[in-house]
Design a binder for this molecule. Structure first.
Ligand SMILES: Nc1nc2c(ncn2[C@@H]2O[C@H](COP(=O)(O)OP(=O)(O)OP(=O)(O)O)[C@@H](O)[C@H]2O)c(=O)[nH]1
Length: 166
């Protein structure tokens, strides 16, 4: 659990670090279901981990809720001398997936706060959009109900006037 401040609002976030190893995949997938935001993390010193992002992204598509917010992370930015994945490769992949992208370092703390703040911001914005959507659709339903009501009133009047004619 961590409390961070986004646009002056204190937000308490719950962070889960899922296991990357194949043998834990069955358990890992269960965590996706309740996630609101997901970091897809590769290691900039490992081309292989970058190639694996596609697999992670398709798992997320399959198991995470529709509106889940995602950010691509290239971690170990402090290990420049061992770099195998260019920053442009990260940016390109993130663009393909329509995600934001950060290079980070858990060692030096580079971009850690920034990426968590951004993901939280995206989750909050998505939540707000969802609430507005719900409010609008319930307003539509009310309008429809009113129209239907009016319709039945006018029907009623027609009927009552008809009954007068008889
Ligand atoms: N230099 C450097 N090393 C890092 C960084 N982040 C993690 N490491 C190291 O990388 C190794 C793996 O880190 P983990 O946090 O276990 O990686 P993980 O992806 O969670 O691994 P799984 O638990 O198998 O999913 C450890 O030795 C860490 O100390 C970083 O930003 N820079």
């Amino acid at each position: 659990m961590k409390t961070i401040e986004v646009d002056g609002i204190k937000v308490r976030i719950q962070i889960w670090d899922t296991a990357g190893q194949e043998r834990y995949q069955t358990i890992t997938k269960q965590y996706y279901r309740r996630a609101q935001g997901i970091f897809l993390v590769y290691d900039i010193t490992s081309e292989r981990s970058y190639q694996h992002i596609m697999k992670w992204a398709s798992d997320v598509d399959e198991y995470a809720p529709d509106g889940v917010q995602k950010i691509l992370i290239g971690n170990k930015a402090d290990e420049e001398q061992k770099r195998q994945v260019g920053k442009n490769q990260g940016l390109k992949l993130a663009e393909e997936y329509g995600m934001d992208f950060f290079e980070t370092s858990a060692c030096t703390n580079y971009n850690i706060k920034e990426s968590f703040t951004r993901l939280t911001e995206l989750v909050l914005m998505a939540h707000k959009r969802e609430l507005e959507g719900l409010r609008m659709s319930s307003a539509d339903e009310l309008n429809l109900a009113e129209l239907e009501n009016d319709g039945s009133k006018s029907n009623g009047m027609e009927n009552s006037s008809k009954s007068c004619w008889c």
